[in-house]
Design a protein around this ligand. Structure first.
Ligand code: NAD
Length: 360
């Protein structure tokens, strides 16, 4: 298969980690008889330096024309970089928000996996971490409280602020369909998280999720209240396969889930639209403190590339091969600085990429 991938290396460690992901993709293409063509695009601080804006319309069009986008990270040191002296809508992050919006990316996928080899980094009690966990959080990204009407005004002499949480059935249905599709590629269990004991939007959410579930008889569906879910994530994370939830709950729960894995350099993410198109990027930022030193952990970006193969290109075997290669390298004791522990072998960003590519 031939695929066109738009590549946004971005700022800070972005170019280093994306280069390693491309190394692994090239090896995968060679092994499985595919060809990946890359078009490199500028976004973030590097685009400000060249074009005066963090994202140009031309870049948006080129990203749209690709089969998927692979991204590193954007932004610099927010205290010292001149990019942060610019008005908010001209800063690096404005480019990413605009790109997500222009591409209609409404579904955010964040896997939280505890690798047995990195169990020591998990902050949970050993009896809980010993069971391991491998979950996928599917968060609605373009609706709900963060996008509803808001105002702050004085009412009868008292300052009052209002935010609106609104979802329509179409917004809920399209993300629920995505979550069930993804569950079919995994352990076939969806836990939909809401606050249906209080919120109307959650009651509609639950109703539509149940309707969608009827089309997926192989998938088990359960509903869980968000407060309970926050507790269950630290009490028994092994119970989760796919967590489906709305924007704000997903924002909070996905950070909680990433925290219990203990290592930001390992966390992949994807944002999808209604087609197979997606933007794939590590969950971490541009890490200006270690940029340019060949020290960053490229695994989150490599695992994001594996997600691109699985979810945008339907290349499940190829994605498995990359994920297994990551596990193999960890089993052999290779570690970048962020996940280093006693007795392990410290490697650079580029060495880690090469080791993984060799094991695909
Ligand atoms: P950060 O995630 O860049 O760094 C936090 C800490 O984690 C740092 O100590 C860093 O060295 C470490 N770290 C992050 N990724 C790592 C990796 N792959 N390997 C090893 N260590 C890693 O967060 P920050 O310092 O708060 O933000 C820095 C910049 O990144 C800011 O400009 C911020 O706006 C931007 N940012 C961008 C994105 C994105 O591009 N999607 C996301 C978050 C933050």
């Amino acid at each position: 298969m031939n695929k066109n991938i738009a590549v946004i290396k971005g700022d800070g460690i972005g170019p280093e980690i994306v280069t390693e992901a491309m190394k692994v993709l090239d090896k995968t293409a060679e092994k499985f008889g595919h060809s990946f063509a890359y078009e490199q695009l500028l976004m973030g601080g590097c685009s400000i330096d060249v074009n005066g804006v963090p994202l140009t319309d031309e870049t948006i069009e080129k990203a749209k024309a690709a089969d998927a986008v692979l991204m590193g990270s954007i932004g610099g040191n927010t205290s010292t970089s001149p990019w942060y002296k610019l008005p908010a809508d001209k800063r690096p992050e404005a480019g990413l928000l605009k790109l997500r919006k222009s591409l209609g990316l409404f579904a955010n996928l964040r896997p939280a996996v505890l690798y047995s080899q990195l169990r020591g980094a998990c902050p949970l009690k050993e009896e809980i971490s010993a069971k391991g966990f491998d979950m996928m959080i599917m968060r609605e990204l373009t609706g709900g409280l963060y996008f509803g009407a808001r105002k702050t005004e004085e009412v009868d002499g008292v300052m009052t602020a209002v935010d609106t949480l609104s979802y329509n059935e179409n917004e809920i249905r399209r993300i629920a369909v995505r979550a069930f599709d993804i569950a079919m590629k995994r352990r076939k269990k969806v836990i939909s998280v809401d606050k249906a004991n209080v919120l109307d939007s959650s009651r509609l959410w639950r109703k539509i999720v149940n309707e969608v579930a009827e089309s997926y008889p192989e998938v088990t569906v359960e509903h869980m209240l968000v407060d309970n879910c926050a507790m269950q994530l630290v009490k028994d994370p092994a119970q989760f396969d796919v967590i489906l939830t709305e924007n704000m709950f997903g924002d909070i729960l996905s950070d909680e889930a990433s925290m219990i894995t203990g290592s930001i350099g390992m966390l992949a993410s994807a944002s999808l639209n209604e087609t197979k198109f997606g933007l794939y990027e590590p969950s971490g930022g541009s890490a200006p403190d270690i940029a340019g030193q060949n020290k960053a952990n490229p695994i989150a970006t490599i695992l994001s590339a594996a997600m691109m193969l699985r979810y945008s290109f339907d290349m499940d075997k190829e994605a498995d091969a990359i994920e297994n290669a990551v596990s193999a390298v960890l089993n052999e004791g290779y570690r970048t600085g962020d996940i280093m522990s006693e007795g392990m072998k410290l490697v650079s960003c580029s060495e880690m990429g090469t080791l993984i590519a060799e094991r695909v």
